[in-house]
Each structure stands twice: as C-alpha cells, then as structure tokens.
Design a protein around this ligand. Structure first.
Ligand SMILES: Nc1ncnc2c1ncn2[C@@H]1O[C@H](COP(=O)(O)OP(=O)(O)O)[C@@H](O)[C@H]1O
Ligand SMILES: [Mg+2]
Length: 142
C-alpha cells in the first residue's frame, strides 16, 4: 500500500499522465472517493496521457463511455447510478475488464466484488487544504 499527497490539481494531472505511460492492455483502475475528490479529473489526466484529445465527460446516462483514439482503448465507467450488479453483467463488463484496453471505474466501491485481481485501486480522500487530496494506492487481491 502506498500513500501519496496530491497538493493541487496540477499534481493530479501529473500523476495521471505518469500513470498512463505505465498502463498495459487489460489494466483496470478502480477509483474510490466522495463526490468532488477528483475521480473524473484523474480520469481526464490519464486519458490525456494515453493520447486522447476528445473531451472526457462523466458518463451520466450510460455506465460506460469508450474512447478509441489513444495508445490504448479507454473504457470509462461511472457506476454511481447502478442499482444492482446485474446491470454490469447486462452490459458485458467482462469483455471490458478482461479485454485489451484500459478500464477506469469511478465509484468502484459499489462493484468491488467484480474488480479483477491485480487492478490498481486508488482511494481518494480530501486533505487539509482546498486542493489537497490523499491517494491510497493498492493492488486488488482476491
Ligand atoms: N487536487 C485536485 N485534484 C482534482 N480535482 C481537484 C483538485 N483540487 C481541486 N479540484 C477540483 O475538484 C473538482 C473535482 O471534480 P471531479 O473530478 O468531477 O470529482 P469526482 O469525479 O470525484 O466527483 C473539480 O472541480 C476540480 O477542479
Ligand atoms: Mg466523477
């Protein structure tokens, strides 16, 4: 387990871009944190690092949004509105999670049982100052 202090939004962008460079096909990144902690902002920075210039928006009406212009395909999940994990099976989540792209999952705590072994779990908490965030990073175990 690793703890990182993010001091401002620029740190989030630097972190995300650096993380993107290390990602290989099949990577799953599970983001856990309250509203406004920066899950979507971190997703945008990772997308940027993958070479995606298309605007990343929160997938509000669909659970998953796909981006295909980067070094690897990006599948951006926001499972906040999911009522039942059954919905994940209906959209065929396994094709994404065990595929050749990169998956980023906002509100991953709601579907934690489905997060594959070895996924990067990033827990984000508010820090002491307005833009400060504390990242706790670990790899999913089964
Ligand atoms: N260190 C930081 N990292 C990311 N976002 C930050 C940071 N500091 C302030 N912010 C602001 O907090 C908000 C985060 O929103 P968003 O990324 O949509 O969060 P979430 O998806 O977790 O709800 C944005 O308005 C962003 O400008
Ligand atoms: Mg969000």
């Amino acid at each position: 387990m690793e703890k990182i202090t993010i001091y401002n939004e620029k740190d989030t962008w630097d972190f995300g871009r650096k993380l993107a460079e290390k990602l290989a096909p099949g990577a799953v990144i599970a983001l856990i944190g309250d509203l406004g902690t920066g899950k979507t902002t971190l997703t945008k920075s990772i997308a940027k690092g993958l070479g995606i210039n298309e605007m990343i928006t929160s997938p509000t009406f669909t659970i998953v949004q796909e981006y295909h212009e980067g070094r690897l395909p990006l599948y951006h999940f926001d499972v906040y509105r999911i009522c039942d994990v059954e919905e994940m099976y209906e959209l065929g989540y396994e094709e994404y999670f065990f595929g050749q792209g990169v998956c980023i999952v906002e509100w991953a705590d709601l579907i934690l049982d489905l997060i594959p072994e070895g996924s990067v779990i990033i827990r984000i908490e508010y820090g002491m100052h307005e833009e400060e965030r504390i990242y706790t990073i670990e790899h999913a175990k089964r």
